[in-house]
Design a protein around this ligand. Structure first.
Ligand code: ZN
Length: 317
């Protein structure tokens, strides 16, 4: 079995909306669907397989019985290296930062986090926070957190559908309200929160801030400009490399017709369908894909074909 359709765990964080249910067909008893973890082997929630002989079991179980399905590029990592999410921010997310590998492994016992955002959809005038306006000292950063003036120091960036942001570990950031993103990230849940808009959690208390750790790891300067490479267009599709780093490679394809893809021995492929409909065919295996579908294609599967009118995000290691 080479093609696994995945069902995500859902997280109902306080800032979440309902678009993942309404527009992406995600099912959950929870009221708010803040995040769906579309490719996850994380201890806080793992993908469950929806088809075939592994139906109802987790992706972790499949991979422990079929270790080659990850691919040779994964073997340098101690555990499954990435996590892919859809995130629906009805409200602003907290202003936060993630540590790099060295710091996170020393202090938290898990990987740090570098992440990439693809803006799947957003409301007019939506914006996010990405680094500082200008260089700032550690003391100024600390004072701004304590005096509630941090929002004056950060860089706010207006966004539109299709924008891409690369967030290196150490970059201060926040997703703003009215944004729906696909997030590809290192497999880590370590977040240091520095500002939470004065909100309280489900228990009526303010959510914890992690000021000292954030002071340790935050880059005290503007984020570097990021631009994606030129798209390549053929009769059937438009293909664009969105990001490539030591943890993941992410390509977006807009398909109108058929796209021949390939999973080699180095890495699995993960397909997230963000618009339209398609059929995925691989030998005698076949899956119907709709908006929100998430598929794990095992390493060494070789050629497979996606046919339809759709936009997909393909991630590999
Ligand atoms: Zn983050």
């Amino acid at each position: 079995m080479r093609i696994l359709e995945l069902i995500p765990p859902i997280k109902d964080y306080i800032w979440g909306g309902t678009k993942l249910r309404e527009c992406f067909g995600k099912e959950s008893k929870l009221e708010k669907l803040a995040e769906s973890w579309e490719l996850s082997c994380h201890k806080d929630g793992a993908s469950v397989i929806a088809n075939g002989e592994y139906k109802g079991r987790t992706l972790n179980e499949f991979l422990s019985e079929n270790p080659d399905a990850c691919g040779t590029a994964c073997s340098k990592f101690e555990y499954f290296p990435i996590l892919i999410k859809l995130i629906d921010a009805r409200d602003n997310l907290s202003v936060q930062v993630h540590p790099d590998n060295d710091y996170a492994q020393r202090v938290e016992g898990e990987y740090g986090k570098t992440e990439m955002w693809y803006i799947v959809d957003c409301e007019k005038d939506a914006e996010l926070i990405y680094g500082f306006k200008s260089e700032i000292s550690k003391q100024e950063f600390k004072d701004a957190i304590e005096n509630n003036t941090l929002l004056e120091k950060v860089s706010r960036v207006p966004v539109k559908k299709g924008d891409v942001f690369f967030i290196n570990s150490g970059t201060l950031h926040a997703i703003g309200k009215g944004i729906l993103i696909a997030e590809i990230q290192q497999n880590s849940n370590t977040t240091y929160r520095v500002y939470d808009y004065g909100r309280v959690g489900a228990d009526g208390k303010p959510r914890e801030l992690h000021i000292q750790k954030a002071l340790d790891v935050t880059e005290l300067k503007p984020a570097e400009n990021y631009s994606v490479s030129e798209a390549i267009e053929t009769a059937d599709k438009r293909s664009q490399l969105l990001a490539e780093c030591e943890y993941f490679k992410v390509v977006k394809e807009d398909i109108n017709g058929s796209s021949e893809l390939y999973a080699n021995e180095k890495s699995f492929n993960h397909i997230l369908l963000i618009d339209g409909e398609a059929v995925l065919k691989c030998g005698d295996e076949k899956l119907n894909l709709k908006k929100g579908s998430s598929v794990f294609v095992a390493a060494n599967t070789g050629k497979y074909i996606i046919k339809g009118n759709c936009s997909i995000i393909i991630t590999e290691i």
